[in-house]
Design a protein around this ligand. Structure first.
Ligand SMILES: [Zn+2]
Ligand SMILES: [Zn+2]
Ligand SMILES: [Zn+2]
Length: 312
């Protein structure tokens, strides 16, 4: 239940990042705008308010995307949908890189606080409260939206940014698998709280959001289990993923593209021992990057992991 670019419209491209808007965004925008209370003298301002929300979410996602690029990984897709935005970022599997890629999103909202506050001060000084009440009301609402989004996003509830920041911080001390496990367990507690709030407020939107987060949190919990299993498998020392630098685990956990038999490409130079088909690329179990075996043959640069690193 994640929006992908299928079902989305190409919106624009900025610094090589393609922004898509999912079809459901238009539906919700229409419902929102046609049922909204008349806060403004002219209804056009309701549209402006909704577009401001869109813009704030977009800037937040660009924060994630640009920060992820700084870690050396391409991030070139953003999808906006009614529950917010999704920046398809896959930072290198290191706590520092993950922390920066995640924290940069809410940081954009933090930076917007003084900008909007300054505009409000300026507007007050210019007498907009009387002379241009709709403009002033919009500014105040946008300030509230930005602040609300910031607070919500930094809640330590995985997979919200706050939960992922918590996870990255725990990663330094507890390792990749355990940190994710702890963060998702805390996440479940937080999500239970959000469900209670949704019932209390009788908010369908909040309920949908809580369900969505619950589903993502459960996926994270399962991923943590998988990572823990992976961490126990001894690794090949002569190889490292050219993208995330992790050493591959040893064992027949890759499937031949031709005959579907399982084998270990790192002990056969990527040639299937069952049908002799050379594999064009080998997929990294850590970051899912698919690269030719020749590119893996580098000494691992500080392969992390709680497991002993041995050659198989
Ligand atoms: Zn975010
Ligand atoms: Zn990798
Ligand atoms: Zn084969």
């Amino acid at each position: 239940m994640m929006p992908t670019h299928s079902g989305s419209f190409r919106f624009f491209r900025f610094f090589g990042i393609q922004v898509y808007v999912h079809w459901s965004w238009f539906v919700v925008a229409f419902i929102e705008l046609s049922t909204r209370r008349q806060n403004y003298v002219s209804p056009v301002w309701n549209v402006a308010e909704y577009l401001s929300l869109f813009l704030i979410v977009l800037l937040h996602e660009f924060g994630h995307a640009f920060a992820c690029r700084q870690t050396g990984v391409s991030a070139n897709e953003i999808v906006l949908w009614p529950l917010g935005g999704v920046a398809y970022v896959a930072p290198p599997q290191r706590p520092g890189a993950t922390l920066w890629s995640i924290a940069a999103g809410p940081l954009v909202n933090v930076l917007l606080l003084p900008v909007l506050f300054g505009l409000i001060i300026y507007g007050r000084a210019q007498g907009w409260v009387r002379g241009w009440p709709d403009g002033m009301r919009l500014l105040l609402t946008v300030q509230q939206i930005n602040f609300g989004l910031l607070i919500f996003n930094v809640l330590p509830v995985y997979p919200l940014d706050g939960g992922q920041i918590l996870r990255s911080l725990l990663w330094f001390g507890f390792g990749r698998a355990r940190s994710l496990q702890i963060a998702t367990i805390i996440g479940f507690v937080g999500i239970a709280g959000l469900v209670a709030l949704a019932v209390w407020w009788e908010s369908i939107w909040f309920g949908i959001m809580a369900l969505f987060l619950g589903q993502r949190c459960l996926l994270g919990f399962r991923e943590a289990k998988g990572l823990a299993t992976l961490a126990r498998i001894p690794r090949h020392t002569g190889f490292a993923c050219p993208i995330c630098r992790e050493a591959p685990p040893g064992g027949p956990i890759w499937v031949c593209g031709a005959c579907r038999n399982a084998f270990d490409p790192f002990s056969t130079n990527a040639i299937c021992p069952h049908c002799q088909t050379p594999q064009v690329v080998t997929v990294c179990v850590h970051c899912a990057a698919a690269q030719p075996i020749a590119r893996w043959q580098t000494a691992p640069r500080g392969a992390r992991g709680d497991s002993p690193v041995i050659d198989v």
